[in-house]
Design a protein around this ligand. Structure first.
Ligand code: SF4
Length: 244
């Protein structure tokens, strides 16, 4: 499996994200996204069979190029990776979620939710001021109804911000009726954000509340943050004059 980037930097400005802090440089072309996979295949000498569009950038903010990439990557004459082996992650560009649903592509939609209500989400994710939680979840319902696909909700666990029992209960209520799975991700310690990841016990409690309320949830294993080498951290460290 490989996580690829769709832009250099990102316009969305999520406050807990190293990439968001570094700003936006440019969109990637379909050929450049394909080349990320080809280069990795050459490096490791193995075929990549699963792709997640979850690296730098917001895929639906570079929609035309991402759609073309999806055609090329899944084509028998391209990399021949089936749509069911592709996940696309978005922070919630609602109009594009409706458009994507109507294309019935069979890929997995992964939604970066990270908060159960507008108060917390608007504080951490500026996109929520344009499309709020209710509008986003309505679009997600439409997506799973039209495609029959389960939606994966990403939830970065930030100590003291969105990880209380009340947040877990509110999240469970909000997701009722959507075919959903929640991925809990201990947030990366990004220099300058002041955010800290939730502790093991909090993660366990949060997961237990969701499961008790009928929402399946898993805690994602994170790699590389101890050496500032996970999501967006290497680029940021490089920009700040560190050695990579
Ligand atoms: S979390 Fe995703 S959408 Fe938000 S700033 Fe980071 S890369 Fe962009």
């Amino acid at each position: 499996s490989m996580c690829i980037s769709t832009q250099v930097g990102c316009n969305m400005g999520c406050t807990f994200c190293a990439t968001g802090k570094s700003g936006f440089s440019r969109d990637l072309l379909p050929s450049e996204m394909i080349s990320e996979i080809q280069t990795a295949q050459k490096d490791i000498g193995e075929r990549i069979s699963n792709v997640v569009l979850m690296g730098m950038g917001e895929p639906l903010d570079n929609y035309k190029n991402v759609l073309r990439f999806l055609e090329l990557v899944s084509s028998e004459n391209g990399l021949n990776i089936g749509m069911r082996h592709i996940s696309l992650s978005t922070c919630g560009l609602v109009e594009k979620i409706y458009d994507l649903a109507d294309r019935k592509l069979q890929l997995t939609l992964s939604v970066s939710l990270h908060a159960p209500n507008d108060e917390i989400r608007s504080r951490t994710m500026p996109v929520n001021r344009k499309w709020n939680v209710e509008q986003l979840l309505k679009a997600c319902r439409y997506y799973s109804d039209v495609t029959g696909r389960r939606i994966s909700f990403e939830y970065a666990m930030i100590s003291g911000v969105n990880d209380s029992d009340a947040c877990a209960n509110e999240l469970a209520s909000r997701l009722r009726g959507i075919i959903a799975h929640v991925n809990l991700i201990p947030v990366n310690d990004v220099t300058g954000t002041g955010y800290r990841k939730s502790g093991e016990e909090r993660l366990r409690k949060f997961t237990a509340i969701l499961e008790k309320r009928g929402i399946t949830a898993t805690v994602r294993r994170t790699l590389g943050s101890d050496i500032e080498a996970s999501c967006g951290q290497l680029r940021r460290r490089n920009e700040q004059g560190g050695t990579v």
